[in-house]
Design a protein around this ligand. Structure first.
Ligand SMILES: N[C@@H](CCSC[C@H]1O[C@@H](n2cnc3c(=O)[nH]cnc32)[C@H](O)[C@@H]1O)C(=O)O
Ligand SMILES: [Zn+2]
Length: 434
């Protein structure tokens, strides 16, 4: 049975204590076999050793909301609010996206994620079978779904798109050696009409997958629901059958106290996207209040076109910074809470048995190099993860027991070729849109 030995480093445990420990990974099951004191005289001869000397073994970070192929639209349109940005720039460009654009954009995202210690991600986009192909080849873990809207569409086309979302979720769940899971993904509570939303939720239950949706991202999204229905969006969400176990809501920026309570009383989770919310000036989510209420909160970058990178270390820092500003309290969203959002919070939101370095968990890990001026001195390593480290400090990335990056060299993909191809494809896309 092949064993991966992550040796000579320190380990961040689920309680956020740090010890000098070795991690043994059973590569046949992709799980962590043990986290134990370093063995000075190992009598077994592990097939593979990853040297973590001077490094910290952390759970692989999990990006719980995004649109991976939008990496191809990074820097394409900036400095606009959500509605104008989507309608004037992004949707017209997306109208021209081919399956090949999406495959290459997703490959670019995969390279960036592996490079920066992200081992799992959620993706709401289109041409998802091609996304699944990239997930399979890259070795990452992912929760995938076909996103759909009804606004601006012929009702029959919109219904067909909803069916496509259900069929994809049904057919691709648990593929990729179990690394792929799926959800039905209506775009938002305002861009999909009530009838289609209700049907999508019902169909998701039938095929036994969760629902992922953008919720309460901007006031422009909340106000029409309140005006037309006289209820807050999350009450509407519950009325149409959402907020069940496994459902996860992106953003939750403009949620009032009653909605926070409703979400806390439900089995659904929230995914906080601080950088996207700041860049589109959507607002500041009441993250500390959500955590205090007992809501499981994960962390996501959203698409690279509204971030503009997929580095989850940045996201952790933004979550802590914005959380403090929003609560007007420097004690809000402390380092440890922000790190937990990107690890166990995101894992719980996506239903991954990951987000912790512990025997029995899936072996989704990253090793962060601590030997850097910006990570010196070592008063508090959790503080460093939240406030000082970046994805560029990641030395090794492991997912499902497979080494995806060793010594900053990606093993499963040709990073240089992917970048070159993405550059060409993006230029080609811009010509097609013009
Ligand atoms: N527009 C598609 C379906 C939606 S897929 C997911 C969509 O989310 C969009 N998106 C990206 N970032 C955000 C965000 O922050 N809020 C809302 N939508 C976003 C993205 O551009 C993409 O169109 C259709 O024709 O049916
Ligand atoms: Zn989004």
């Amino acid at each position: 049975m092949p064993t991966l030995h992550i040796a000579n480093g320190r380990v961040l445990h689920p309680d956020h204590s740090v010890t000098e420990s070795d991690v043994l990974v059973d590569q046949s099951t992709g799980t962590i076999e043990s986290v134990a004191d370093p063995d000075p005289d190992p009598d077994t001869d592990p097939a593979e050793t990853l040297d973590a000397e001077g490094g910290l073994v952390i759970p692989g970070l999990i990006n719980a909301h995004g649109h991976a192929a939008m990496a191809l639209l990074r820097g394409y349109a900036d400095d606009k609010p959500l509605d104008a940005w989507l309608q004037e720039d992004i949707w017209p460009a997306e109208g021209e996206l081919t399956a090949e654009d999406i495959r290459i954009g997703t490959e670019l995202a995969a390279v960036e994620m592996i490079r920066t210690g992200t081992t799992g991600f959620a993706d709401m986009y289109f041409e998802e079978p091609h996304v699944a192909g990239v997930v399979e080849a890259s070795g990452l873990r992912a929760m995938l779904g076909h996103g759909f809207v009804s606004v601006g569409k012929d009702p029959e086309d919109a219904r067909a798109d909803m069916e496509k979302s259900v069929n994809f979720a049904d057919q691709y769940d648990n593929l990729g050696g179990g690394r792929i899971s799926t959800a039905v993904m209506p775009h938002s509570l305002t861009t999909v009409n009530e009838e289609l939303l209700c049907d999508a939720v019902e169909r998701a239950r039938e095929v036994d997958v969760p629902v992922h949706i953008h919720a309460n991202e901007t006031t422009d999204e909340v106000d029409p629901i309140v005006d037309e229905r006289g209820v807050r969006p999350l009450e509407y969400a519950e009325e149409i059958g959402l907020l069940e176990d496994g459902d996860f809501l992106a953003h939750c920026v403009h949620v009032d106290d009653e909605e926070i309570e409703r979400l806390a009383d439900s089995e659904a989770t929230a995914v906080h996207c601080p950088a996207s919310n700041a860049k589109l000036a959507s607002g500041i989510a009441p993250v500390q209040a959500m955590l205090d209420a007992g809501i499981t909160v994960g962390l996501g970058t959203d698409g690279a076109a509204s971030n503009n990178d997929l580095d989850m270390f940045d996201e952790i820092r933004d979550a802590a910074m914005l959380g403090k500003l929003g609560a007007e309290d420097a004690a809000a969203v402390p380092a440890s809470a922000a790190v937990r959002m990107a690890t166990e919070g995101s894992a719980a939101a996506l239903g991954f048995d990951a987000g912790r370095v512990e025997a029995g968990a899936t072996a989704d890990l990253a090793v962060v190099d601590l030997d850097a001026a910006h990570l010196t001195p070592e008063h508090d390593l959790v503080s460093h993860l939240a406030y000082a480290a970046s994805g560029q400090d990641v030395r090794h990335t492991v997912c499902d027991g497979q080494v995806l990056m060793e010594d900053q060299e990606i093993q499963t993909m040709d990073a240089e070729a992917v970048k070159e191809r993405a550059e060409e494809q993006a230029a080609d896309l811009v010509e097609r849109v013009a």
